[in-house]
Ligand binder design. Structure first.
Ligand SMILES: [Zn+2]
Length: 195
């Protein structure tokens, strides 16, 4: 089947995240598929308590979530614009960030960054559970998944509606239906579309 146009991909993606209700079993199965996909492809994340993470691993996570959770519609909705990913150390500020950039010549690009501090902090280092996005995580890989899922929903909202806010009801609904996140209190951060 031919890929949908970017406009159709955005419409289908919006329907997908707003209207569909997935069972706990299906969501757990998808998380397993994502984990197995990434761990089989990555040179660094081949075990749950990985010691090193590389930006390429975030690309693998994007590929896997888009394939197993969103039928490739995120990639289609990007409309050929680039998505860059990076790792950061923010030290207590927002553990992730998703932005849409518009260059002076009008070129649009997207960026997801993930803070590595929660991944290698004392709590997870000492094998103590850590709550991320309202979900208890017991491994470094689970923490990375929850952080990435949060940023991926920011990206989806920006692609479909032009802006995103993780304090908003729509955001909470999407993360709950697709990933079983619980609203964070206080919210991790609010996110607008562009710089
Ligand atoms: Zn957020």
């Amino acid at each position: 089947m031919a890929s949908p146009s970017p406009a159709l991909a955005r419409t289908l993606l919006a329907e997908n995240v707003l209207l569909f209700l997935w069972s706990d079993d299906l969501i757990a199965h998808r998380m397993k598929q994502v984990r197995e996909h990434v761990q089989s492809q990555s040179r660094h994340l081949h075990r749950d308590d990985f010691a090193v993470v590389h930006p390429r691993d975030l690309h693998l996570l994007f590929e896997a979530y888009d394939k197993y959770c969103f039928e490739g519609l995120c990639g289609g909705a990007l409309e050929g614009h680039s998505l860059s990913v990076r790792l950061s150390t923010r030290g207590g500020q927002a553990p992730g960030m998703t932005l849409r950039h518009t260059s002076r010549n009008g070129e649009i690009s997207y960026e997801i960054s993930i803070d590595v501090d929660p991944l290698f902090g004392a709590q997870i280092e000492n094998s103590r559970p850590i709550t991320v996005c309202g979900v208890q995580c017991t491994s470094r890989f689970e923490v990375l998944q929850r952080l990435f899922e949060h940023e991926l929903v920011h990206l989806i909202e920006i692609l479909c509606w032009g802006g995103s806010d993780c304090a908003g009801a729509r955001f909470h609904g999407i993360t709950a239906r697709n990933f079983r996140h619980a609203p964070c209190s206080p919210p991790q951060h609010t996110q607008t579309a562009s710089l």
